[in-house]
Design a binder for this molecule. Structure first.
Ligand SMILES: [Zn+2]
Length: 429
C-alpha cells in the first residue's frame, strides 16, 4: 500500500469518528494529513472502533519532585496514555512546590523527556501554597513551560484579597485561577461529608457550605475584576446551582467534576476503607445526580480526574490517619462513559467534548482537543465502546494502588493512543 510520497504515513481505517463520520484518517509527520477513503502508508485497522481526540486532564497530581515513591512524571504519563490522555496538567503541590519558573520548567522537561504525552505544569498561586503572598506568576507564565493555569490545589486560596489580586494578575496573559473551594475554618479536621452518615460513623463532617461559600465568593470576585475563574472538583448540588446562576449572569467561570464524584457516594465510608477518603469528600446520592445533570447541561464544563496517587503506607492505615485522594487517570474514561453515556444523559460526542475538547479550550492547549480534521496535530485515541474490562490495582500503570474501583467491571476500552502521530498500543500495557 505504501506510496513514496507518503512514506512514514499511517492510516487508521474503518473507524467511526466521535461525531459519527465513517472515514479513514491518515497521519503524516505528526499531523492529520488526509481524511477520506484512501489508505496511505502503514494501516491500523479501526474496524468496529471509535476514533476520538486524545483526552485532556486539567487536574493531575504527579508527585515529582518530592514523592517519587507514589508517582513520577514517567509513571503518571504511562497511566495517562493507558487511560486515553494525550495531555495532562500537573498540579503544583509537590516538594518543592511548583511556585517558581525553575520548578515548572523541571516538570515540563521531565514530561518532554518521557515523551508519552504532553505534561503541562500548573503553577502555584501563592508562595509555598501558603495562601499569603502571590507566587512568581509572571515568571512561570513566561517560562519555557508557558503556564496559564494557577492553583493552590490541596489548599484553598481563602484570603479574599489574595484571591482578588491573583485573578487580576492572570488577566495580563489570559490565564485562569483554578480554585480548590474549601473554607478552611469550616473544615478543620474534617474527614467526610457532613451528614447523618458522618454522625453515625463518628467521623468529623465536612459541610457542603464550606465549598459553596467559597464558590459564591469567587464567582463574585471574578465578576468584579472581570477575570477567569475555574472551579476545581465541584461536589455539591448547591455548588452546581451557584455556577449555573453565575453563568446565566455572564460571569467568566468554568468548572470540573471528577469521575469518582459522578459515581460514588458517602455511603462508601461505611466500610471505613480509606481508599474512599478523598478531598473534597464523596457526597450524597442527591449531589451525585445534580453533578451529572450539571455536566449534561454544560453548567459543569469538564470531567477532570484529580488523579491523586498515594503510597500504601499513607493509604493502608486507619481512616483518620490516611491521606486524601484516589487514582483516576486509567479509569476516568470508562466511568464517564458509564455514568453519562450509558445512563442516557449525554451523547458519546458530548462526552468527548467534556473530556477533551472543552478542557483543551479552557487551558489553551491548541494541539489537543481537536475535532479530527486535516492539519490538526495527531493526538488521538482508538476506543472499543463494546468491550469491558476489570480494574485490577495490581496491574495499574500508576506507581500507586489506591483505586476505589478495584474489581469493578467497566465499559469501554482504550486500544491505541496516538501522541504526535506515534501509535502506542496501550491496551497491551
Ligand atoms: Zn483539590
Amino acid at each position: 500500500m505504501a506510496d513514496a510520497k507518503n512514506a512514514g504515513s499511517l492510516t487508521i481505517t474503518g473507524a467511526t469518528t466521535f461525531d459519527d463520520r465513517k472515514v479513514n484518517v491518515t497521519i503524516t509527520d505528526g499531523k492529520i494529513s488526509h481524511i477520506g477513503n484512501e489508505i496511505h502508508g502503514e494501516e491500523i485497522s479501526g474496524k468496529g472502533k471509535w476514533l476520538i481526540p486524545g483526552l485532556v486532564d486539567l487536574h493531575t497530581h504527579l508527585r515529582e519532585p518530592g514523592k517519587e515513591d507514589a508517582e513520577t512524571v514517567e509513571s503518571g504519563s504511562r497511566a495517562a496514555i493507558k487511560g486515553g490522555y494525550t495531555a495532562i496538567s500537573a498540579m503544583p503541590n509537590t516538594n518543592p512546590v511548583a511556585d517558581t519558573a525553575g520548578v515548572v520548567e523541571q516538570v515540563f522537561r521531565l514530561g518532554q523527556e518521557t515523551g508519552l504525552c504532553d505534561v503541562f505544569p500548573i503553577g502555584a498561586v501563592t508562595t509555598g501554597q501558603g495562601g499569603r503572598q502571590l507566587a512568581e506568576i509572571l515568571a512561570m507564565a513566561n517560562s519555557a513551560a508557558q503556564v496559564r493555569i494557577f492553583s493552590d490545589d490541596g489548599h484553598c486560596v481563602s484570603d479574599s484579597l489574595v484571591m482578588r489580586r491573583a485573578l487580576e494578575y492572570v488577566k495580563m496573559f489570559n490565564g485562569v485561577i483554578a480554585q480548590h473551594a474549601q473554607d478552611p475554618q469550616l473544615t478543620v479536621d474534617a474527614q467526610m461529608n457532613e451528614s447523618l452518615v458522618s454522625s453515625k460513623l463518628g467521623l468529623k463532617g465536612w459541610p457542603a457550605i464550606a465549598e459553596e461559600g467559597i464558590i459564591a465568593r469567587d464567582v463574585l470576585l471574578a465578576d468584579h475584576v472581570q477575570s477567569r475563574l475555574h472551579v476545581c472538583h465541584v461536589t455539591t448540588a448547591g455548588g452546581v446551582e451557584i455556577i449555573r446562576w453565575a453563568k446565566a449572569r455572564g460571569i467568566n467561570v468554568t468548572a470540573e467534576v471528577t469521575p469518582h464524584h459522578l459515581l460514588l457516594t458517602e455511603d462508601c465510608a461505611e466500610t471505613y476503607d480509606p481508599v474512599y477518603k478523598v478531598n473534597p469528600p464523596l457526597r450524597s446520592e442527591r449531589d451525585v445526580m445534580a453533578l451529572r445533570e450539571g455536566l449534561a447541561d454544560g453548567t459543569i464544563d469538564i470531567i477532570a480526574t484529580d488523579h491523586a496517587p498515594h503510597s500504601s503506607e499513607n493509604k493502608e492505615c486507619e481512616w483518620q490517619a490516611a491521606a486524601f485522594g484516589m487514582l483516576g487517570l486509567e479509569t476516568a474514561f470508562s466511568i464517564g462513559y458509564q455514568t453519562m453515556v450509558q445512563s442516557g444523559l449525554i451523547s458519546f460526542a458530548t462526552l468527548i467534548d467534556r473530556m477533551s475538547i472543552a478542557p483543551a479550550r479552557i487551558a489553551g492547549y491548541t494541539n489537543h482537543g481537536g475535532t479530527i480534521h486535516i492539519g490538526e496535530s495527531a493526538n488521538l485515541a482508538l476506543v472499543d465502546r463494546d468491550s469491558s474490562w476489570q480494574v485490577d490495582r495490581e496491574t495499574v500503570q500508576s506507581k500507586s494502588r489506591n483505586t476505589p474501583f478495584h474489581g469493578r467491571e467497566l465499559p469501554a476500552t482504550i486500544e491505541v493512543l496516538f501522541f504526535n502521530g506515534h501509535a502506542h498500543h496501550v491496551k497491551a500495557l
